[in-house]
Design a protein around this ligand. Structure first.
Ligand SMILES: *Cc1c(COP(=O)(O)O)cnc(C)c1O
Length: 366
């Protein structure tokens, strides 16, 4: 069976050495040595400052909302955040969970990210933030979005879960927004089994968030603000340090697989339009087909060959009842969600695998 993705397992001996160190120090969590090392190495590798490691990508979003005053302990204020319906559920459910109503506006039909023109029209007096997603690692139109936000005094939190290592105009894409969040879930390009990070624009927001992830504890006998537990532990950091040592190999594997897909599929199937000036990290290989029938045929034909193509992202989130949205509908997102899937891509998948996957797809599109 060829799955759509596989977690990357780094060198085992190196991981054992880190675990030996954990046993010697007998320090398992609460900003341990390995968490500190990983923080520093990720800041260097990504070219960012003010990075905070947390226990997963969903809490990264929630801490960012809280540290930036988007969510708070007074849901009576009924705050809103404008976000995209074409994403993983966690982008929107994390808002709703914390009493912020997600308001969905439609995506750009070619770039598949939030369309800035639609954002403007959805701003109300309750809007506190814009939460765009660099979906499949494709950079949003960050310059226009950042401008809209500052004109209306809104916070911007980019869900950059897919955008590890992406650069825009020569600098880290993660520098855009008041905060950008990453997920280090096992299936992501870079992972710590479970984990995540927030990159804050401002140091004072980082300092506030540092206390928030540790129950709001400000000193041995001081608690000034509500907090939660969102700390990364030493075992997670050990995995991250090992994966980071091999990140160039991971990226090379994925780039080569992407190139093989591109060469085999040629002009067949719609691919995402990548923002000019942005790099790609090849975290996913999404293809949009003509319609839901064609997609269903592709999926079933691949499945007959024991290959899994997954419907990322379905359904379009404005249709999810528990989010209680009254958005007017997002036709572009809905149409895209009906006809898109991600094809397998991961280290360990061979070029021959990709050729045979592409052949199966092309057989359906003939
Ligand atoms: C994976 C993902 C998340 C959630 O991250 P976890 O680490 O699994 O909590 C949030 N948003 C997007 C877009 C994701 O892909």
């Amino acid at each position: 069976m060829i799955p759509v993705t596989k977690p990357y397992l780094p060198n085992r001996e190196k991981l054992n050495q880190y675990i030996d160190g954990i046993y010697e120090r007998q320090w398992l969590t609460n900003n341990g040595q390995l968490v500190q090392q990983l923080t520093q190495r990720l800041e260097d590798y990504l070219g960012v400052e003010n990075l905070l490691l947390v226990s997963n990508g969903t809490l990264a979003l929630q801490i960012a909302y809280r540290a930036l005053g988007v969510s708070d302990a007074t849901p009576a204020a009924q705050p809103e955040a404008i976000t995209t319906p074409f994403t993983f559920i966690a982008t929107a459910s994390s808002l709703k969970w914390d009493g912020v109503q997600p308001v969905f506006t439609d995506i750009d039909p070619d770039a598949w990210c939030l369309s800035p023109a639609n954002i403007k029209a959805a701003i109300t007096p309750r809007t506190r933030a814009i939460v765009p997603v660099h979906v499949f690692g494709n950079a949003c139109d960050v310059e226009t979005i950042d401008k809209i936000a500052s004109a209306h005094s809104l916070k911007v939190i980019y869900d950059a879960s897919h955008a590890f290592g992406v650069k825009y105009k020569g600098e880290s894409l993660l520098k855009h927004g008041d905060a950008a969040t990453l997920s280090f879930h096992a299936t992501k390009l870079f992972h710590t089994c479970e984990g995540g990070a927030i990159i804050f624009k401002r140091k004072e927001d980082l300092e506030r968030a540092k206390k928030m992830i540790n129950f709001g504890i400000a000193g041995p006998e001081t608690i000034r603000e509500l907090g939660i537990n969102a700390k990364m532990n030493e075992l997670q950091a050990a995995m991250g340090l090992c994966v980071l040592d091999e990140i160039e190999l991971i990226e090379r594997d994925r780039r080569e697989l992407t190139e093989t897909y591109e060469a085999c599929l040629g002009g067949k199937g719609q691919r995402q339009r990548i923002l000019a000036g942005a790099t790609r990290n090849h975290a996913y290989y999404p293809v949009a087909f003509k319609d839901s029938d064609e997609l269903a045929k592709v999926i079933s034909s691949l499945s007959n060959s024991k290959i899994v193509a997954r419907r990322y992202f379905y359904p379009s989130l404005e249709s999810v009842a528990c989010l209680e949205t009254d958005s007017l509908g997002c036709p572009e997102s809905r149409k895209l969600a009906e006809r898109i899937a991600c094809l397998p891509i991961y280290s360990g998948l061979t070029k021959e695998n990709v050729v045979s996957i592409a052949d199966t797809v092309l057989e359906v599109l003939k």
